[in-house]
Design a protein around this ligand. Structure first.
Ligand SMILES: Cc1cc2nc3c(=O)[nH]c(=O)nc-3n(C[C@H](O)[C@H](O)[C@H](O)COP(=O)(O)OP(=O)(O)OC[C@H]3O[C@@H](n4cnc5c(N)ncnc54)[C@H](O)[C@@H]3O)c2cc1C
Ligand code: FES
Length: 256
């Protein structure tokens, strides 16, 4: 039987990035030392029965800390963000497959909304390996902008900061020397990932998307997180588990 990583983790830092999104650091060397970009954790949410999944946003291996960003959208995320440092959580992780960057020389990372958290982790790992990385992030408006770094291409729907439009408008400004050596990785809302996948495919670039289905167990048992992927069978598709076979998929495999 496959071994699951189950931990009791301590909240050691908490910072609000904007009115409804906080950045949390948890002490857990087991996750900090083994997590790969694109993987996630499933953490307890106060009085809520089910744990909630969050992409890993960063790790600090020296101090055994990993970070997640939590946007408050309901009871679970409200309760998680209400805890103070010192609080203990139950946690499963690191979970899922994560991105496979392979031999690609150039990587374009693009994130929308809370998708910028896993994109941040990917950026940290790739730059520490000396890869050429371009980042394009998209938000609704200036108030939503989080984790933006110098050199990133920034877009907003409102146009009150950065390029006005979706991330496609930002991606179009990036100089791509050789599309055959460039990989695109995208995390964000479905319409955004679908548009980025079409953009990358039209240019002949491989594109990974990270699906954020609603989850229950997070470890492949409850089957509530299915994603449709293409298949040679009579239906033309099959259901796979986002938490186990994903959350990262080749965009050409996904039935949108
Ligand atoms: C692999 C993965 C990685 C994720 N990474 C992050 C992250 O880094 N930061 C972050 O803030 N959130 C992330 N999410 C989404 C996060 O898990 C949900 O927002 C959270 O579970 C909602 O819990 P809740 O009890 O507050 O809301 P609920 O009361 O359960 O739901 C409130 C609202 O949020 C919507 N919602 C719930 N789950 C999801 C989901 N998975 N995707 C889209 N909408 C949802 C519901 O439809 C509902 O409208 C991720 C989800 C997955 C599957
Ligand atoms: S969340 Fe239970 S199988 Fe994926």
């Amino acid at each position: 039987m496959e071994y699951k990583q189950e931990y009791k983790i301590k909240l050691v830092s908490k910072e609000f990035l904007n009115s409804d999104t906080c950045y949390l650091g948890f002490e857990c060397p087991g996750i900090a030392n083994t997590a790969k970009p694109g993987q996630f954790v499933n953490i307890s949410a106060g009085t809520q029965f089910l744990k909630r999944p969050f992409g890993i946003a960063s790790t600090d291996k020296d101090n055994g800390i990993f970070y997640i960003g939590v946007k408050v959208v309901g009871k679970g995320t409200r309760e998680i963000s209400d805890f103070e440092t010192g609080a203990l959580f139950d946690c499963l992780g690191p979970l899922g497959n994560g991105f496979v960057f392979g031999d690609y020389e150039n990587i374009i990372l693009t994130g929308g909304g809370t998708g910028v958290f896993p994109i941040n982790f990917a950026y940290e790992c790739l730059t520490s390996q000396g890869k050429t990385v371009e980042v394009c992030e998209g938000f609704r408006d200036a108030r939503q902008v989080i984790l933006n770094k110098p050199g990133y291409v920034l877009t907003t729907d409102a146009g009150d900061i950065g390029i006005k439009g979706t991330v496609i408008a930002g991606l179009d400004t990036i100089d791509i020397a050789d599309t055959s050596k460039t990989l695109v990785c995208c995390v964000g809302p479905i319409p955004m990932m679908k548009a980025v996948a079409a953009w990358a495919e039209a240019k002949g670039m491989k594109c990974f998307v990270s699906m954020e289905q609603r989850m229950g167990c997070g470890v492949g048992i409850c089957l509530c997180c299915t994603v449709k992927v293409k298949d040679d069978g009579p239906d033309g598709f099959k259901n796979v588990r986002c938490c186990k076979e994903g959350p990262v998929f080749d965009s050409r495999e996904v039935v949108w």
